[in-house]
Design a binder for this molecule. Structure first.
Ligand SMILES: [Zn+2]
Length: 512
């Protein structure tokens, strides 16, 4: 299709040519990649959100193909965007947590720079910058940490001064919907005092763990404030697209729109944060690709991951296989995008860490260097540093972990020490595999190994009802695929428990 269009263009040009100097061959298509940090798919109009103010993002989805079931491979910025640019899973490119540097893989920007592209980027998030090796391949990379979307658009416009004869790769990464939710557009931003109050300095743990019910009480306000941020970034993207059009960079461009991950708005106990789980609120991202040879208005239902984006663009751009990175985890979805293939696909994802030790929904939460806890049902065993002994805390009455009750509960202390021995601080992550309709989740268990749950996204888009018992064959099939993927993950084997230790855990209800 693409070649056909180019050929037709060439014939048309020669038919009405007047004598003139020979023209340079048409440059390769431009590539515009627009990413918005922390944008849940279900808050975008094209994904069915009734209250959406996303006219520009929706128009991009109509101009190209919209992927109805697109996910991030890990719901944090650096792992997700490193995967998007390299086609590698986080455990292969090395950035398995936010601000960890990418250490492997060839980026799409490197490939296109070698083909003569002007490669330019602007990012408002230092988690996506030179600090994390996400600038690799960009001849110019501008970081505007924490700046709002109007600044990102202004810098992106300055980057359009690339030589007009060179094709352009432009990446603009907006940060706005990331917490705190404070849209800069005073005229359009709603009053959201309850959200402003919980977003005050020093209340992060309280805000994210719903301590005292404050997070839940602020949800209507925070939800409107989140939407206002999205509306603001949508308007700034419109300005950027106008500038690209005026610069002649939209006519034959592939335009990609997506996000790095979603945002928890209370689902599964995750408030105003993303990372610790593999459910729709965290994983589902909007994704559309438009450009030469892509019929507008299409919808692809098979699941895709951000790790598929680089291989997909390389095929759309007709980059010869010899110039493409080999041994990537992603796959080109061009055959599905063009309707040439319909067979099912599967995508996998892993959660990130729960970074604050108090985070209650996660077995091991916190950071290995700054403190973490192993959470039982009633107690949390916490390590402040490798040199100090752990302290035990009653979770409900002492959420800030102030009173050490180790002396009163030595058996709980020993049991949670064993849990910690089985699970490394970075090892207790949820994993998921999805075929688009069904999602199977592996959740780490106190006693080691994983509990499984199956969700039917068609009837239960919020993924709240486990149907593994009702659909064992589907669960088995997906679980086998997930286990095959898990065998690739780095990490140590858990320690073996003695019969006495097992009995101790069973007595405490940790093993059934
Ligand atoms: Zn992010």
């Amino acid at each position: 299709m693409l070649r056909g269009l180019l050929l037709f263009g060439a014939l048309f040009a020669s038919a009405c040519a007047r004598p003139s100097p020979p023209r340079a061959p048409a440059r390769a298509p431009d590539v515009i990649v627009i990413t918005v940090d922390t944008l849940r798919a279900d808050r975008v109009g094209a994904y069915g959100y009734a209250s959406a103010r996303t006219a520009t993002i929706d128009a991009l989805a109509r101009r190209g193909v919209r992927f109805a079931n697109a996910i991030t491979p890990q719901p944090r910025t650096t792992p997700a965007l490193a995967s998007m640019w390299t086609g590698l899973s986080p455990h292969r490119h090395g950035a398995r947590e936010v601000l960890f540097p990418r250490r492997a893989g060839t980026t799409l920007a490197e490939v296109l720079a070698a083909r003569g592209y002007a490669t330019r980027a602007v990012s408002a998030n230092r988690a996506a910058s030179a600090e994390t090796n996400l600038d690799t391949g960009f001849e110019r990379f501008e970081l505007r940490t924490g700046e709002d979307a109007s600044v990102v658009t202004a810098v992106a416009r300055e980057l359009l001064d690339a030589p007009p004869e060179a094709p352009l790769l432009l990446w603009a990464h907006y940060l706005d919907p990331h917490a705190p939710y404070r849209a800069p557009d005073a005229a359009a931003a709603p009053e959201t005092p309850a959200c402003a109050a919980i977003q005050a300095e020093g209340r992060r743990a309280e805000m994210q763990t719903n301590r005292g019910g404050h997070s839940e009480a602020a949800l209507p306000d925070c939800s409107r404030a989140y939407d206002a941020e999205i509306a603001w970034v949508d308007a700034q993207i419109a300005t950027l697209l106008d500038a690209l059009r005026a610069a002649g960079r939209l006519k034959r461009a592939f335009v990609v729109f997506t996000s790095d991950h979603g945002e928890g708005l209370g689902e599964r106990g995750l408030w105003y944060e993303h990372g610790p789980n593999v459910h729709a609120s965290n994983l589902d991202v909007p994704l559309s690709i438009g450009g030469p040879g892509i019929a507008g208005g299409g919808v692809v239902e098979v699941p895709v991951s951000l790790i598929d984006l680089a291989p997909t663009l390389l095929e759309l751009l007709e980059v010869p296989p010899s110039e493409r990175p080999t041994d990537v985890d992603g796959e080109s979805v061009v055959p599905w995008l063009r309707g040439e293939r319909a067979e099912p696909r599967r995508v996998v994802a892993e959660a990130a860490d729960a970074l604050i030790p108090e985070f209650a929904e996660t077995l091991i939460a916190g950071h290995p260097t700054t403190g973490y806890c192993a959470h039982g049902a009633t107690f949390a065993l916490c390590w402040r540093s490798p040199r100090e002994p752990a302290t035990l805390h009653e979770r409900a009455s002492d959420p800030d972990h102030r009173a050490d009750v180790s002396a009163a509960h030595p058996e709980v202390y020993d049991a949670l020490t064993l849990v910690r021995a089985r699970w490394a601080p970075r090892g207790t992550r949820e994993h998921a595999v999805s075929d688009g309709r069904y999602k199977l989740v592996h959740r780490p268990r106190l006693e080691g190994g994983y509990a499984r749950a199956l969700y039917d996204r068609a009837s239960d888009p919020g993924e709240t009802r486990d149907v593994a018992e009702a659909e064992p064959a589907i669960a088995d099939r997906l679980e086998a695929a997930l286990e095959a993927w898990e065998r690739q993950l780095p990490g140590r084997d858990p320690i073996a428990l003695s019969p006495q230790q097992e009995e101790a855990l069973r007595a405490l209800g940790y093993i059934r």
